[in-house]
Design a protein around this ligand. Structure first.
Ligand code: ADP
Ligand code: MG
Length: 259
């Protein structure tokens, strides 16, 4: 039987030595649900996303994807990267700075993971890459090198690459913060299209209008904790905590977009 929640994060904690970065972060995502994670720079948003697929192994808590504990072998020992690979393949991640392989074509960038992790044959992976690139409206760039694309196009390739893994969950970490303003729209509209397909997502973003439109729920983080969470419109229109009020006010004054 399928688990009730697609993603269940319970009591997540992360410390670097004595520096505690995440404290008791808990939330759950149903199938097809979209959560936006907002909060000031340094509040732990990236660490939280990276902990979900064990890019940053958490120091406390439990993460379950479809009921299966991520990173846990059941005997208390940490999984190796090799053991983690199939679990990570279920989670597509899109970073602020794209992280495409500069020496590989767009096609190779998108088809590499499915070939490595899912063992898909080269010709099939290549056709899948074309299909995923069509979803981000870049099928005409399939044989281009990443360096010849705009930042917005590179980010769309990174999204196609995440989709090619056939993940159950997509994680976006500030996918538009590194882009020139005129390129932000094309990336947000691709993410909106994916949201329209009912894909489950956790989005870290400072684009509040976008979060309102795309997210079912918003979590506000500050100081490594979830300070407030709720349905997107409620939380944005009727913030309760002083910190969230202050944060939203700073954004509407044109505050920092990085983080
Ligand atoms: N590798 C690391 N070692 C030590 N501290 C880190 C490391 N990565 C992040 N941090 C600290 O964790 C806190 C949260 O960072 P981060 O998750 O990047 O926040 P956000 O994405 O909300 O801006 C910051 O204080 C940052 O300095
Ligand atoms: Mg960050």
């Amino acid at each position: 039987m399928a688990a009730e929640y697609l993603l269940q994060v319970t009591g997540l904690g992360k410390a670097y030595g004595h520096h505690t970065v995440l404290t008791d972060v808990s939330f759950a995502l149903t199938r097809g649900e979209r959560i936006a994670l907002i909060g000031p720079s340094g509040s732990g948003k990236s660490t939280c996303l990276r902990a979900i697929n064990y890019l940053e192994p958490p120091t406390a808590g439990d993460i379950r994807l479809d009921g299966k504990a991520i990173g846990s072998r059941g005997d208390g020992r940490r999984m190796s990267d090799l053991e983690l690979a199939p679990q990570r393949a279920e989670i597509g991640m899109v970073f602020q700075h794209f992280h495409l392989w500069p020496h590989l074509s767009v096609r190779a960038n998108v088809s590499l993971q499915p070939r490595k992790v899912r063992g898909i044959a080269r010709s099939q992976a290549s056709r899948m890459a074309e299909a995923m690139l069509a979803k981000v409206h870049l099928d005409h760039k399939v044989d281009e090198m990443p360096g010849r694309l705009s930042g917005g196009q590179q980010q769309r390739v990174a999204i196609a690459r995440a989709l090619a893994q056939q993940p159950k969950l997509l994680l976006f970490d500030e996918p538009t913060s590194a882009l020139d303003p005129e390129l932000v729209g094309e990336v947000l509209s691709v993410i909106k299209e994916l949201a329209g397909e009912g894909r489950a997502m956790v989005l870290v973003t400072h684009e509040i209008a976008f979060a309102r439109e795309v997210a079912d729920r918003i979590l506000f983080m500050d100081g490594g904790r979830i300070v407030e969470q709720g349905p997107a419109k409620d939380l944005l229109d009727n913030p309760q905590s002083p910190r969230l009020k202050q944060f939203l006010a700073s954004l509407s004054r044109g505050g920092r977009r990085d983080g």
